[in-house]
Design a binder for this molecule. Sequence first.
Ligand code: XMP
Length: 323
Amino acid sequence: TWTMGNVIEEQVAAIRELVGDKRAICGLSGGVDSAVAAALVQKAIGSQLTCVYVDHGLMRKGETEQVEKDFVAATGVQLKVVNAEERFLTALKGVTDPEEKRKIIGREFIRVFEQAQAEIVADEGPAVEFLVQGTLYPDVVESGGGTGTANIKSHHNVGGLPEDLEFKLIEPLRQLFKDEVRMIGQELGLPEEIVHRQPFPGPGLGIRIVGEVTKERLDLLREADAIAREELTAAGLDRDIWQCPVVLLADVRSVGVQGDGRTYGHPIVLRPVSSEDAMTADWSRLPYDVLARISTRITNEVREVNRVVLDVTSKPPGTIEWE
Ligand code: XMP
């Protein structure tokens, strides 16, 4: 029978046989797919696998630590972390156009990743012949049926790799759907926060700041986002919604009042959505008391934010993200 335990055993045996005494590398994004793919390969070949995590400084609060500490603790994987926050912030300086931001983040990501990759390849030790990717069945179908195994999509993931790589691909999740991948992750003992993480765009908070991306704005948005996530989790709503982008309108200010003083701060937008596949979405009817708690906490705890607004637009015509 087809159980997740069997899938793991089968994949582990196949990967061992395939890799032999060579080495493999894997990029981690913080998302569930790359984490589960890496954990599976780690189970098969142990220290012959090296993972790379590029910290672009655009992650949400606690997410980098989840990868650096909890994921490593759970899997024992060899991890190379590249702290590239400065580099990304410098490249994003003065940029406000959403597509421009995406291009810059994607470009810098690939450069940093390739550099890390080159360093690993240059290490002493067996040849690095394989690259692990967390491709799922829906990705295979979407990209045209999966004829060649080395069919790397150029679209959406910032973890997407350039075409001229000479690695052979290992894609242990190619026959699986998301819920099965989560089950495997659970079976492999991965942290709950990673296994049940909601979709998060590769360009991260960089496309959730409407306006220029700066360190101060990122810190502010990280605080607001952490509060929203905390309250949604506390209310038991994580599995009911698809995702809830929290967006900072960095170039907008509105007048408010706090204590006996006038404020002139930024609005935060909550964008909770329900969806099956992110192609279409509806705005989630969150309970008013949860919304009230999020709003009160954000305006009390995050300086510079004096207003919280709710996005009640479906997709289409709105997209899920604001940029
Ligand atoms: P939109 O905003 O197009 O988003 O309705 C649909 C889904 O895709 C995610 N998203 C991205 N994911 N890189 C990604 O890896 C991106 O550039 C990107 N843009 C949007 C979004 O979070 C939603 O789940």
